[in-house]
Design a protein around this ligand. Structure first.
Ligand SMILES: Nc1nc2c(ncn2[C@@H]2O[C@H](COP(=O)(O)OP(=O)(O)OP(=O)(O)O)[C@@H](O)[C@H]2O)c(=O)[nH]1
Ligand SMILES: [Mg+2]
Length: 626
């Protein structure tokens, strides 16, 4: 029912208009179920591109990191024309860490296209995003995608989706939704898995038929909820959102209603609607349109842009709180400033403040535990934080971060920690491995079912603490055959400590360059991050010990030339190639007394205190204060 949407809720006396020529639809799903691929093909088939083959793949994933990782990070708007009707599409990320992108953008839509992988079926994030959409009163349309997969089981998946709706629907009308089948990658859809049209025609028609046109108060005072921000070098900040009520006209006097109250009235400088992948300037926009507004330098996500005469604010979208945090510090390593901008704490703060304007799931505060110039940066998961760190270093910044840790809460004197629902699928032969790995992480098996063609599906409840590092460990132990997905469920009383998963560090005792001689000596008892010639500094962690204790080691040691000719036996020692962890892997490796140094070119693990003396002193102080 459209009127259940809090945003579309009309004033009692308002006359409602149906915008027959308009549809606003959000595309939602679990990660990788094919949203962006589908949106791409909808764009191509609506002739946004004159040459449909010219645009390439996943054009909506326009950010560099999105392309590299093959995932959507930011929700994005696009618009297509289907005959007389304009369809505004909102592509959303499916990874749980970017849930705030879904939370801030769904209110622009009247309907949602729920994609479900024909083999995987509904997964944790399917439930989360469908729950959000149904709560907002969006009309759902289900697309069972990837029916070309060999392990596709569309009939079962449709049943599982039906169960999910029964659980999540807010009114009976939401239970009658159309189901279509698709191969998004080939741009085809149809009413049955074996009756796909050569194109997405059936999907276009279903959208027009089942997604309600916006039903709006077109004559009331203008009200626009800001859901996204963009920057334009000439125009500055651009606010994007749905015009919920009334009309906007270029030159009209408007006010921005921020979290601290209304800003002074200004004239509306420029107004745009979406067209294809771009924006088109317009003189007037009507209620129901998704628009972009330029000329409000301090507008923020969640603000209302309103008619200056009747400044009424809309409710701000609810954003779930972060669960994971780390400390971000200026880079104090001896190599600071060698290949990036060594920035001060103030410059870091400026950059983080800018990030907060658009990254609505993020929180930043000065760090309080003696880390001078540091900031505690909190997000929705390790990936959310990793994407931010990677973005900063690509901008040329240098900095250091501490180990990511979960955010604890205290309620009525009890310490609470976040818990997740974790779904793991593995081939039967790796079941034992999974049990071994999740056991010490305090996972409780809630459900286990055979997963057609792929072994077993295990559903656990687990503290978020236990999840850190689990994905990497599982992938290694099952040779990449396991899939792990999770979603935050709730806060519950804190469990006992989880034993440390990592071995001790090999700590460089001197500054210099790693030598083949030293590496050859160390490699039997350690897994090294460095190769001969890698510059190292005292206190840098150059590898992992095969035991639990830290191992100080002079990795820069030259062979003493006692003899002029070196023996051929020694030259023949084969050096193992170094293990160079990725950023995500490093984040899982950092120990409590360590920092990760990030520069545009290098990632280096280091001890917080670089010399053995300082470390001893710090350990003594920590010991005496307990
Ligand atoms: N076999 C098959 N693969 C598909 C189909 N549609 C998409 N894929 C593949 O599935 C993968 C994920 O597709 P995306 O479109 O990036 O998925 P997404 O839902 O946008 O992912 P996130 O935005 O990261 O949540 C890509 O490798 C696609 O090529 C399909 O119909 N069949
Ligand atoms: Mg995507």
């Amino acid at each position: 029912m459209l009127t259940t949407s809090p945003l579309a809720a009309p004033q009692p006396a308002a006359v409602l208009t149906r915008r027959e020529q308009l549809r606003n639809i959000a595309v939602i799903a679990h990660v990788d179920h094919g949203k962006t691929t589908l949106v791409d093909h909808l764009l191509k088939q609506s002739k946004v591109f004159r040459d449909p083959t010219a645009a390439g793949e996943l054009i909506m994933d326009s950010n560099e990191l999105e392309r590299e990782r093959g995932i959507t990070v930011f929700a994005k708007n696009a618009a297509i024309q289907a005959g007389e009707v304009k369809i505004n599409l909102i592509d959303t990320p499916g990874h749980a860490d970017f849930s705030s992108e879904v939370e801030r953008t769904l209110s622009m839509a009247d309907g949602c296209l729920l994609l479900v992988d024909a083999a995987e079926g509904p997964l944790p994030q399917t439930r989360f995003v469908l729950g959000l959409a149904l709560k907002l009163g969006l009309r759902p349309l289900v697309v069972v995608n990837k029916v070309d997969r060999k392990d596709a089981r569309p009939a079962e998946v449709v049943e599982e989706v039906a169960d999910l709706f029964l659980e999540l629907a807010h009114d009976p009308e939401q239970l009658s939704y159309p189901v279509l089948y698709a191969i998004a990658r080939e741009g085809r859809a149809g009413p049955a898995p074996d009756q796909l049209a050569p194109d997405l025609g059936p999907l276009f028609r279903a959208i027009l038929q089942h997604v309600p046109p916006p039903l709006v108060d077109a004559t009331g005072p203008a009200q626009l909820l800001v859901c996204a921000l963009d920057y334009d070098p000439h125009r500055g900040r651009i606010a994007i959102g749905r015009l919920v009520r009334g009309r906007l006209q270029r030159g009209q006097t408007i006010r921005c209603l921020g979290i601290d109250g209304p800003a002074p009235p200004v004239r509306l400088a420029e107004l745009f609607v979406f067209q294809g992948l771009g924006r088109q300037p317009v003189e007037v926009a009507e209620a129901g349109d998704i628009v972009a507004v330029a000329g409000l330098p301090s507008v923020a996500i969640g603000d209302t842009i309103a008619d200056a005469g009747t400044p009424e604010a809309l409710p701000r979208p609810a954003i779930t709180e972060p669960t994971v945090q780390l400390t971000l510090l200026p880079n104090t390593s001896p190599f600071a400033g060698q290949d990036g901008k060594a920035v001060t704490s103030r410059q870091l703060k400026e950059r983080l403040d800018r990030e907060l304007e658009t990254n609505v799931g993020l929180r930043v505060r000065p760090s309080e535990n003696g880390e001078v110039g540091g900031f505690v940066v909190a997000g929705r998961g390790e990936l959310h934080l990793a994407i931010l760190l990677e973005t900063l270093r690509r901008e040329g910044l240098e900095f250091a971060v501490s180990r990511p840790e979960v955010i604890l809460k205290r309620e009525a004197g009890r310490l609470l920690e976040p818990f997740e629902e974790v779904v793991i699928t593995v081939p039967q032969e790796h079941l034992g491995t999974v049990t071994e790995l999740v056991g010490p992480r305090q996972a409780i098996l809630e459900h286990m079912s055979p997963d057609e063609g792929r072994g077993a599906r295990l559903i656990y409840r687990m503290p978020t603490r236990g999840l850190i590092g689990l994905r990497g460990a599982l992938l290694t132990a099952t040779r990449g055959t396991a899939t792990v997905t999770s979603r935050f469920v709730d806060y519950a009383p804190m469990g006992p400590p989880i034993p440390r998963q990592r071995n001790g560090a090999v700590i460089a005792t001197e500054t210099g360059t790693a030598t083949a001689y030293a590496i050859a000596n160390a490699q039997e008892r350690a897994r090294l991050f460095v190769a001969p010639g890698t510059p190292v500094y005292e206190g840098m962690v150059v590898g992992l010990n095969s035991r639990e204790n830290d191992l100080p080691f002079n990795i820069a040691k030259e062979k003493k030339l006692t003899n002029v000719r070196s023996s051929t036996a020694e030259i023949a020692v084969k050096l193992e190639p170094p293990f160079i962890p990725s950023l995500d892997q490093y984040l899982e490796l950092i120990a409590d007394d360590e920092l990760l140094e990030l520069t545009p070119k290098h990632l280096r693990l280091r001890k917080r205190y670089l010399t053995a003396n300082e470390r001893e002193k710090a350990a003594r102080i920590a010991g005496s204060s307990q």
